[in-house]
Design a protein around this ligand. Structure first.
Ligand code: KG4
Ligand code: ZN
Length: 323
């Protein structure tokens, strides 16, 4: 089955064609980051306008690169949420129009679950699994009983981990989004140099929290000698990796599940995935994570999710779509 996926939920206009959830036939990602950079974050009005300008050529290019005709596509898939309303409308409208013209089904998919789906491209993974999506807007830990049944185990109560990376990078003078810059500075640092607080909730909740870590790093940056910044960046990264590992291991034990899938922009960080790999091996868990390019927003993930899902989500924008 050939699925054409469209992603426009935030600041990437993307289209990809994937065969049987396994083979990427083509993919195109046009990022808007340069247009948002001077504002220090994504500006919704600019985002929807840019999606509108880019969508037709992005879809055409993906089709051209695949060598297929539009009539060969069996299903269209599109992100319906969570995301920016105006941006989601552009992708949904394009997918609906294609479905109508070519008389093929259109599957609305959840962006957070789509992130996890790219793991199925390179490996045959049986279910159930524990999944963690960690990105610029989200941090969701799920238990996937099947491709259509998900239990939300924990979510962030404040910032997303990517936000903590971006805000820390901004404090160090890097442009938005600075997550990858933190990874670069941290390369020469000692991850044991600074002890970070471990976020806990008084009500015993298993949820994530990253705002305390961000404030902690903010207070330290001004007092830290420039030469010691790599140590601070490495310790910051380690604290986030430790939170991920602890939550994943606790969830795997609770659900008696040995498979773990992670994804989302923050998982492009190779220190974090190496730490997770180490901890998973120690706990006899099998870890799957995508290559860095498929961790950040793309449309392969939408096409993959569209392949595995049994039925479509309603084809309307759901900015706060939950799992
Ligand atoms: O998944 P994504 O592309 O978009 C959302 O759905 O939010 O994630 C983007 C986030 C940004 O916050 C970015 O700084 C972060 O992923 N990111 C990283 C790295 N590469 C991207 N964070 C840490 N280390 C990286 N190498
Ligand atoms: Zn994303």
């Amino acid at each position: 089955m050939l699925v054409l996926g469209i992603e426009t939920s935030c600041d990437e206009t993307a289209c990809a064609i994937v065969r049987d959830g396994k083979k990427i036939c083509s993919e195109v990602v046009v990022t808007q980051i340069p247009y948002h950079r001077r504002f220090g974050g994504v500006v919704p009005e600019i985002a929807s306008r840019r999606h509108l300008e880019a969508i037709n050529s992005v879809v055409e290019e993906a089709l051209f690169k695949s060598g297929f005709e539009m009539s060969h596509i069996d299903r269209f898939a599109v992100t319906v949420g969570p995301g920016l309303t105006g941006s989601l409308i552009v992708g949904i409208t394009a997918a609906r129009a294609l479905g109508e013209i070519y008389d093929k089904p259109v599957f609305g998919v959840n962006h957070i679950l789509a992130h996890l789906s790219v793991n199925f491209l390179s490996a045959d993974i049986s279910l159930p699994y524990i999944g963690l999506t960690a990105s610029g807007g989200h941090c969701d830990l799920v238990f996937a009983k099947s491709h259509d049944e998900f239990e939300l185990l924990a979510k962030t109560r404040d910032d997303a981990p990517g936000e903590a990376f971006d805000k820390t990078a901004k404090m160090l003078g890097f442009p938005y989004p600075g997550g990858a810059e933190i990874e670069k500075i941290a390369l020469g640092g000692n991850e044991h140099a600074v002890k970070f607080p471990v976020p806990r909730f008084k009500d015993g909740s298993e949820d994530f929290s990253f705002s305390g870590i961000k404030t902690f790093v903010k207070n330290l940056i001004s007092k830290t000698d420039k030469k010691k910044l790599p140590d601070l960046a490495a310790s910051f990264q380690k604290s986030i990796a430790t939170i991920f590992a602890d939550k994943i291991i606790a969830a795997a034990k609770k659900k008696r599940c040995q498979r773990v899938l992670v994804a989302g922009g923050v998982m492009a960080n190779s220190f974090i995935t190496a730490h997770l790999e180490e901890e998973c091996v120690k706990n006899s868990l099998q870890l799957f994570y995508p290559k860095a390019q498929l961790c950040t927003d793309n449309a392969c993930m939408v096409a993959c999710r569209g392949f595995w899902q049994k039925k479509s989500l309603p084809l309307r924008p759901e900015p706060d779509l939950k799992i």
